[in-house]
Structures are given as C-alpha cells and as structure tokens.
Design a protein around this ligand. Structure first.
Ligand SMILES: *Cc1c(COP(=O)(O)O)cnc(C)c1O
Length: 382
C-alpha cells in the first residue's frame, strides 16, 4: 500500500466484538488474568497497551522501519535513544540543533558521561573531522531540515560516513515527517519524532516516537520505554493516530502555502533574507530536491533593523499566533532567540546564525491570502 493508504489503515483494524470501524481506546491500566501470569498478552499498560501498539504499527510503517516505540514527548524519545549509550561513548551532532536536544545533551548527558561534539550539518568533511575528535564514536545525531535555519544535511552521504566508523545514525525527522522524507531508506538506523508537531498536526497533544531499521535495534529502546516508563496515554496515542490520517493532505497544503509565502517575503523591503529550502537561492536546494519530496512548511527570515523592530513585527501578527511549537494546522510565528532557542548561550546562538532579527514561521493550512495580508500589515507597523 502507498503512503496515504497506510497512514489511514495501518493499526486501524475493525474491532472484532462490535465491528467498530475505529478501534476503541484501551484506557485500562491493568488486565485481569485467568491464573497467575496467564493472560492475553497484556498485563500492565506501561508495558503493553493496544491503543499505543496501533500507533506504533502505523508509525513504523510510515517510516519504513521494523518497529516503533511511542513516548510521552519528543524529548522522552530522544532521551531513550541517548540512554542506549554508555558513559564514554561519543556522539557527533549537527550544530543547528533543536534547542531542547542541545540542552538535554549539554546539561544532562555530557555531565553523565557522553562525549559530544558538534559539526556543520552541511559538510561531510566537518563531520569526518568531528568523528576524529571522539575517543569512542558511537552515534551520529542529525536533523534535516534544521531548526530554525533549515539547513539540509546529506542523509545518504552522512549515513555512509557513519557506517565506515561503525556508528549508529539517528535522525530527528520532526520537520520533514515521513511524508516528505524517510531517513531509513537513505541509510539511517533510528528515526525520532516529536509527534507533537506535524504528525499530531493540531497543536493539542505532546508525544514522541522512535522508529528503528531493525527489530534488534529496537530492543534497548523498547526496554527503556517499559523500564523508565515515559509512555504516552492511550488518549494521546489516539490523537496522534487521528492526525496521521490527514498527514499527506496537510503536508501538501503546508508545503504549498510555505512556498508562496517564502517567495512573497523576498519582495518586502523590510526583509533582509528569506530561508526556505524550496528557493533556488538556498544552499541546500538541490539536495532537498533529491532527498525530500516537498520542501516543508517552515520558513525563516531575517528582518532589516534590530531586535525592537523584529519584536514589534512578531507582536503585531494577528492570524499567525506568536507561539512556540510548529506543525499544526494553524500558522505560528516564533522569535527563536527569545523563545525556542533562548536556552542556547547567546554567543553560540549568534555564531550559528540565530540572531535578534530572525523570525521562524510555521505556515499553517489557512487561506494563504489571509496569511500574506497578516504579514504585510505587521511589516507595515514594524
Ligand atoms: C519539538 C521538537 C522536539 C521535542 O519534542 P517535544 O514533543 O516538545 O518533547 C524535538 N525535535 C524537534 C525538531 C522539535 O521540533
């Protein structure tokens, strides 16, 4: 079956007792046993839950992986993946990283014993050099497109490089979603998601997932899901699975609206630079065309002027909500330096291009004319 069909049908078998077309939610925390340790495969919901299993089956299928473990947040999934490593193990990560992942690595996993180095995600040479600095290189952590600068990393090239060094490749595929990019098909071993974003799609659930290429690679992650217990509630699993059913349709519109907005932004004199992988001027444009089947719904740009002007623009938007997060049907604007990326020290942030005039848009699926008019009025005031 093709992508949209799988998104709607995998893990959504008709329920046998009543014929319910949509599987019921299994909210029971525990399961009655016939005799001690004689049961139907379910004993306690932290370990096994049918509603969660349905979501996991669907996500594994959409990413082309062998198995999936769902978590209570994207960062819980990320944590479980890093927890499969041991003190002294080395991680090389792209330097334009989701702020929360950066914070988790630097404030928790480095003191705990991981060795972490950062490299330019657009440069294979830089990654190779970074691997050389690690005493025991074990994992490559990639995001593409990155947040908020939308850099594109060569997933196939970097996966090949990782294999040469016997490293596992983990990709945070939250921005692209499996609708636009499947890292496992390009050589990655683990895909991580914040299902809070496009997969849920309606800004009403926090969730995460890790998908692995092989069943064996899932074993330590599955163990941590059960043993550490950062599991999502059945209702949250249901919400994400409901979102998946319209993912392909939503992504098409997100991509379309974002492309129109990126091109229009170029015409405004108040704007210095537009960052969108769909623009021919983007350094990763050709690579994005090759490894993605759409450029996504995120657009970043730098305003001319200063922090005050940029803040004014953000506050004056009316259709766009000024809010953290992304990937919902509604359009959101974010000032990374003061909001999502505030936890990254100012010098590091600015060196990487996340300065005072940067704005990141998560373009929703509203009528694009309303979005454009909103940007225009807010720019007029700025
Ligand atoms: C939001 C996000 C996360 C973290 O996910 P939560 O669900 O908020 O824990 C990780 N990576 C990326 C790229 C994100 O956008």
């Amino acid at each position: 079956m093709r992508f949209s069909t799988r998104a709607i049908h995998v893990g959504q078998d008709v329920e046998e007792i009543t014929g319910a077309t949509i599987p019921p939610l299994f909210i029971s925390s525990t399961y009655t046993q016939e005799a001690p340790n004689v049961h139907k495969g379910y004993d306690y919901s932290r370990a096994f839950n049918p509603t969660r299993e349905n979501l996991e089956a669907c996500l594994a299928s959409l990413e082309g992986g062998a198995d999936c473990a769902a978590f209570s947040s994207g960062l819980a999934a990320t944590t479980a993946v890093f927890q499969t490593l041991r003190p002294g193990d080395g991680v090389v990560a792209g330097h334009d990283l989701y702020g929360g992942t950066f914070r988790l690595l630097n404030k928790h996993f480095v003191p705990w014993g991981l060795e972490v180095v950062y490299a330019d995600g657009e440069s294979l040479e830089d990654f190779e050099k970074a691997i050389g600095q690690l005493s025991r290189p074990k994992m490559m952590w990639l995001e593409t497109p990155t947040n908020p600068l939308l850099d594109i990393s060569d997933l196939e090239g970097l996966s090949n490089l990782a294999k040469k060094h016997d490293m596992t490749v983990a990709v945070d595929n939250t921005f692209a979603t499996p609708c636009l990019q499947t890292p496992i098909a390009l050589g990655a071993d683990i895909v991580v998601h914040s299902t809070t974003k496009y997969l849920g799609g309606h800004s009403d659930v926090i969730g995460g997932a890790a998908i692995t290429r092989t069943a064996e690679q899932m074993e330590p992650i599955r163990f941590l899901q059960f043993a550490a217990g950062a599991v999502p509630s059945p209702f949250d699993c249901y919400l994400v699975q409901r979102g998946l059913k319209t993912l392909a349709l939503r992504m098409e519109k997100h991509c379309q609206n974002a492309h129109i907005i990126a091109e229009k932004l170029l015409d405004f004199p108040q704007i210095k630079e537009v960052i969108f992988p769909g623009l021919a001027s983007h350094p990763g444009h050709e690579l994005a065309k090759k490894q993605m089947c759409g450029f996504g719904g995120m657009v970043s740009f730098n305003m001319k002027g200063d922090l005050e002007k940029t803040k004014r623009f953000c506050s004056d938007l009316k259709v766009f909500s000024l809010a953290e997060s992304l990937g919902g049907v509604e359009s959101l604007a974010n000032h990374p330096a003061l909001m999502t990326h505030a936890s990254i020290p100012k010098e590091i942030r600015e060196e990487r291009g996340v300065g005072d005039t940067l704005v990141r848009l998560s373009v929703g699926i509203e009528d694009v004319e309303d979005l454009l008019e909103d940007i225009e009025q807010a720019l007029g005031n700025a």
